[in-house]
Design a binder for this molecule. Structure first.
Ligand code: MAN
Length: 352
């Protein structure tokens, strides 16, 4: 597989984004949704911020205090044995691993570009945590254009669970919220860009806690809001790069051979790669072909090291002729882009 990584990578780093308020710092700008709007390429960035701490002995975190409608600042002593800081993304109770706080709060912010390489970041957040289901942040947006409307689906995080919210915009200035479309625990929802035989389809990724694993399902809807007829779609595979969890990444790409879905998967070491799967054009709940090897894996320095290293994680791609421009978060830290050939990806798939 020929992968052309942009020379400018990473295209956006935390230092390129101003925090939304002065006493905060940006620690990540990654996992961005992608859209084409007029003559611009839009990245809907996941920006992760935390309250700046001048004292290295104090770890500060934050969450939305709904009644007060403002962010509450939490403080933890780094040397307090009650807490486990081993996962940089979350503060847990030592021993029990019970959730205490996320180390950052995420929200969505727009970056705009004409050439797809140099982006200007908007001054203000586009979608900021606001509801009771977003008190710990909103993350990993995906954008699907249906007619003139861009639907944005995102991970909605709160202490009652990790769910999936939806919003829409027509101009990337005004935004309307539509509430939660999938209950906890669920993530990685991708809406297909058109109806198939009269129905909308969505890929989703529940996280069963008894039997089952974090794997990809497909559901259908008449209106994008109410989802049913759930079917299991794509599972993990042993002894490979996709052993622990997987989830859809980019909006399904319509090709002559089927719907091409670029998805992520992780192994026991939390190493995230991108793979590809082909779904039947008329019956998208049927898998026709799948990549044996990843189409992209963490190899460049910026993909291997960072806030949470060895992660490539795409939430969106643009297709121009045979070229797939895949934008992806690297190491839960920054954003990169790579170009791949659509034909080469299809040729590399194993058909069942
Ligand atoms: C995981 C990671 C984090 C994220 C939480 C909540 O721990 O993906 O980045 O904040 O889940 O979604």
């Amino acid at each position: 597989m020929n992968v052309y990584r942009y020379e400018e990578n990473p295209l956006l780093k935390p230092a390129d984004v101003k925090p939304h308020r002065e006493d905060f710092e940006v620690i990540g700008v990654f996992n961005a949704g992608v859209a084409k709007y007029q003559d611009e390429i839009i990245l809907l960035l996941r920006v992760a911020e935390r309250p700046a701490s001048s004292d290295p002995a104090i770890v500060k975190a934050t969450q939305l205090d709904r009644p007060a409608r403002q962010l509450r600042i939490l403080e933890f002593r780094r040397d307090d044995p009650k807490f486990d800081y081993s996962d940089p993304r979350v503060i847990q109770e030592a021993g029990s691993r019970r959730f205490q706080a996320l180390t950052s709060i995420s929200y969505l912010r727009i970056a705009r570009s004409k050439d797809g390489r140099r982006f200007t970041v908007d001054d203000q957040p586009f979608l900021f945590p606001e509801t009771e289901y977003e008190t710990l942040g909103i993350e990993d947006p995906r954008i699907t254009q249906v007619g003139d409307t861009y639907y944005i689906v995102f991970t909605s995080v709160s202490t009652v669970g990790v769910a999936v919210g939806m919003a829409s915009t027509r101009d990337f200035r005004h935004v309307q919220r539509h509430g939660l479309i999938f209950a906890p625990e669920n993530k990685d929802v991708l809406l297909f860009p058109e109806k198939i035989n009269g129905k909308y389809y969505a890929l989703h990724r529940p996280v069963p806690k008894g039997l089952g694993a974090p794997e990809i399902w497909i559901a259908e809807s008449d209106n994008l809001l109410y989802w049913g007829n759930h079917r299991f779609l794509l599972g993990l595979r042993e002894n490979r790069w996709e052993t622990v969890r997987l989830g859809a990444g980019a909006v399904p790409i319509k090709t002559e051979k089927g719907w091409l879905e670029l998805y992520h998967a992780a192994d026991q070491n939390n190493r995230y790669c991108m793979g590809a799967v082909l779904l039947d054009l008329e019956r998208p709940w049927q898998v026709i072909a799948r990549s044996e090897q990843p189409i992209l894996e963490p190899e460049a320095d910026y993909e291997r090291a960072g806030f949470f290293g060895n992660v490539v994680f795409s939430c969106g791609a643009l297709v121009e002729g045979d070229t797939i421009k895949m934008y992806y978060g690297v190491s839960d830290d920054s954003i990169a882009c790579a170009e791949l050939s659509l034909r080469e990806i299809l040729e590399a798939l194993t058909f069942f």
